[in-house]
Design a protein around this ligand. Structure first.
Ligand SMILES: *Cc1c(COP(=O)(O)O)cnc(C)c1O
Length: 407
């Protein structure tokens, strides 16, 4: 592929040189978290060596340069997702934090007894539980868009679920358990016909697909730094200005206030209104380095490479006797979930680990998905831009070996 130098990319990730259990590491658990390029690791070290200081408060030099770097990162996120305004980008701790923020604050302002919230059958627990908690508190109802045996959402049922009682639709862009890419543009369009806002959980999307929030016309977008080659402890909530302004603050504390007296506190403007307390400063700043890294290689290139790898891995794994793929939508991204007849996923994971191969086994924080397929869990190999066909070959050999040992 033009300009996609896999050897150079692999060399950018120091951890890929290490061994695990005496074997070269083959890291296929990118859906849980990705590895970090030197560019990000070095930036973290350099933050603490050169500019460590609290932000948005000090008049002194270090505080100014760290504040500037944090705000540069915010603008970098803004351009990465093409938001209209930088103050529509709220820096959070991650996707879970971002979704809880919306459930809590949008919920306070707009959700009442008898209202309905629409999610889907393939959501991560982070996009189920906050809405359940809200429904319990308000006496609202959770409605779930069903999916078929391929792991494809039923849009006809979705249309019927939307009603005057619907207050928000909150859907994953890409399923972490199945790999399905949902038709989010259509989902958003249908919700907007009824003036219902849509939140997209983009935790598994931003690192694989180019996202333009204005083009999608999405109301809220949530994602995590650590799944897009950036640091842990930082994430993003994008929200349209009109919604963010209409919502009360999330937590109270420093940074989110304008003036505090014991009688009354006035709140800061966007985005700080939603950023109480000292954030994870170095992670916020170094998220910019992760975005730079992705943009240098280019999401188009990354997607083309990963799609090819996904096809290759799917074809090769199909050789394994008794394998059943969970999630067989025609629109998929970088996730292969499977079970093998008569073999427990956990045992496969343990044997692969002995071979230096990291996969995830279990329910992947999506228990309702497992329930629908009547399984307790899957083996999940999730790909990133630094994975190779040779690694996929080792995975296939390892899985075959595991099946021989376990059957
Ligand atoms: C990982 C993930 C989350 C939660 O992200 P955190 O970084 O753990 O907050 C939510 N949704 C999906 C689809 C995910 O893959």
């Amino acid at each position: 592929m033009k300009n996609f130098d896999i050897d150079k990319i692999r060399a950018d990730f120091p951890i890929l040189k290490r061994q695990v259990n005496g074997k070269p590491l083959i890291y296929l658990d990118n859906g849980a978290t990705t590895q970090k390029p030197s560019k990000v690791i070095d930036a973290i070290v350099s933050y603490y060596s050169d500019m460590n200081s609290n932000i948005h408060r000090g008049v002194h030099y270090l505080s100014q340069i760290s504040t500037d770097a944090f705000e540069v990162a915010r603008r970098k996120v803004q351009s990465f997702i093409n938001a209209s305004h930088e103050y529509e980008v709220i820096i959070t701790n991650g996707t879970t934090h971002s979704i809880n923020l919306v459930a809590s604050c949008y919920g306070k302002a707009f959700v009442h007894a008898g209202d309905e919230i629409v999610i889907s059958a393939m959501e991560h627990h982070s996009n189920i539980v906050p809405w359940q908690m809200l429904c319990e508190e308000k006496g609202a109802k959770l409605k779930v868009i069903p999916m078929d045996e391929q792991g494809v959402l039923d849009i006809e049922v979705y249309k019927e679920l939307l009603s005057d009682r619907t207050k928000i639709v909150s859907i994953t862009y890409v399923s972490n358990a199945l790999g399905t890419i949902n038709p989010v543009k259509e989902i958003i369009r249908l919700a907007h016909e009824r003036n219902v806002p849509v939140l997209l959980d983009a935790a598994q999307a931003v690192q694989h697909l180019k996202i333009d929030v204005q083009e999608l016309d999405v109301d809220f977008l949530a994602f995590s730094g650590h799944k897009m080659y950036g640091p842990t402890g930082v994430g993003v909530l994008y929200g349209k200005e009109k919604w963010l302004n209409a919502m009360p603050p999330y937590q109270g504390g420093g940074d989110m206030i304008k003036e505090v007296t014991f009688e009354k506190t006035t709140y800061n403007e966007l985005p700080l209104k939603f950023e109480a307390g000292t954030p994870n400063i170095e992670a916020g700043i170094c998220l910019a380095n992760a975005i730079d890294y992705i943009e240098e290689i280019g999401l188009d290139q990354i997607k083309a490479y990963e799609d090819e790898l996904l096809n290759y891995a799917t074809t090769r794994l199909a050789e394994v006797e008794g394998i059943k793929f969970i999630g067989t939508s025609g629109q998929k991204s970088s996730v292969i979930s499977f079970v093998i007849e008569g073999v427990h996923p956990y045992d496969v994971g343990v044997i692969l680990d002995k071979l230096g191969i990291a996969v995830r086994t279990g329910h992947h924080c999506a228990q309702p998905v497992m329930d629908q397929f009547r399984i307790s869990g899957t083996v999940r190999a999730s790909l990133a831009m630094y994975n190779t066909k040779e690694e996929v070959d080792s995975l296939v050999d390892g899985v075959k070996r595991a099946v021989n040992m376990l059957k």
